[in-house]
Design a protein around this ligand. Structure first.
Ligand SMILES: C[S@@+](CC[C@H](N)C(=O)[O-])C[C@H]1O[C@@H](n2cnc3c(N)ncnc32)[C@H](O)[C@@H]1O
Length: 302
């Protein structure tokens, strides 16, 4: 890849946000049709962040449906002008509230649709959050949760990992599993919660539970010049956009258990150059991967 393209990755203005490319539009059209979103007049997006999911779903609801978004992180309130403007332009009555998914600041039976995207994986008590989401749904309303299994990413082959030994692949999976364990122990959620969602819906006595997978993959291949590849590269360069104070892997290892610490240091030493190796391969246009992921859409009716 030329320097010019890599450098574009540092320009906030040039790229779209990678989340803008998370869905195939025809898949969202189909989801909206299957869930009959056009019959729904009010939506609550839980853990809305800067409103990616809210903006994607809103046009499929009844005309001028009311849109409510809630998040526990204060930073979305100082930066919400863009979201307010977006809904002023669409004509949807819009409200953004601060609140916890596990204790939603709304009365019972208020919304036709309650939804979230990649939120329950961060919540310490996701079952409690589901109970709350169901509580604020009207009888007959739809609950739609979009949550991944993130551990599968460790098994996705790339041009760099394709020649790894079995032991090396197991090291990478083990590393991620320990991080997930530590994250859970710290009360910061479960990165692969998506696998458990249908059962959790059943525990809340939701009806007509349906489970689907997003059909989106963002394939990376040289010269990495389409919009979604450029946005994805930008994301890789800056790391996670959701943690203002990114927790260090060592903290997760420590929380997972002292027995894992030796593996942490061995891994760091053995794979010290791995990130640089991937960045070098991108620069030389030798990195490619199909970019598969496992993103569940689980819906149910109250
Ligand atoms: C990965 S972001 C997803 C944001 C948005 N749903 C999207 O898909 O673009 C996770 C969001 O969940 C919010 N969040 C995490 N725990 C929460 C909780 N207990 N209650 C409400 N929001 C929460 C975070 O502040 C963050 O905005």
């Amino acid at each position: 890849m030329s320097d010019q393209k890599i450098n574009k990755g540092h320009s906030e203005n040039y790229f779209g946000d990678y989340r803008d490319f998370w869905w195939n539009k025809d898949f969202v059209d189909l989801t909206a049709q299957r869930l009959e979103l056009n019959k729904l007049g009010s939506v609550l997006d839980v853990g809305c962040g800067n409103g990616h999911w809210t903006r994607i779903l809103a046009p499929y609801l009844q005309k001028e449906a009311s849109v409510t978004a809630v998040d526990s992180d204060p930073r979305w309130f100082s930066e919400n002008a863009e979201l307010q403007n977006f809904f002023s332009a669409t004509g949807n009555p819009f409200q953004l509230k601060k609140g916890d998914a596990q204790n939603l600041p709304f009365p019972d039976a208020q919304f036709d649709l309650v939804t979230c995207q990649t939120v329950l994986i961060h919540v310490p008590e996701p079952q409690k959050a589901l109970k709350e989401m169901k509580r604020v749904l009207k009888p007959g309303g739809t609950l739609l949760c979009v949550e991944p299994n993130n551990i599968v990413q460790s098994l996705i082959k790339t041009s760099i990992s394709k020649n790894e030994s079995v032991e090396e692949s197991l090291d990478h999976i083990k590393y991620k599993l320990i991080i997930e364990k530590g994250k859970k122990k710290l009360g910061k959620g479960d990165n692969s919660l998506g696998d458990l969602l249908p059962g959790m819906f059943a525990m809340e006595d939701l009806k007509n539970v349906e489970v689907r997978l997003s059909d989106k993959a963002i394939a990376m291949y040289p010269p990495y010049d389409n919009e979604e590849q450029l946005a994805t590269l930008k994301q890789w360069m800056k790391g996670s956009s959701w943690n203002s104070t990114t927790q260090k892997d060592i903290d997760f290892f420590s929380a997972a258990g002292e027995a894992y610490m030796q593996f942490y240091f061995e891994y760091q030493e053995k794979y010290a150059n791995r990130d640089a190796h991937i960045m070098g391969a991108l620069q030389r246009e030798q990195y490619h991967a199909a970019g598969g992921s496992l993103m569940y859409l689980v819906s149910g009716i109250k």
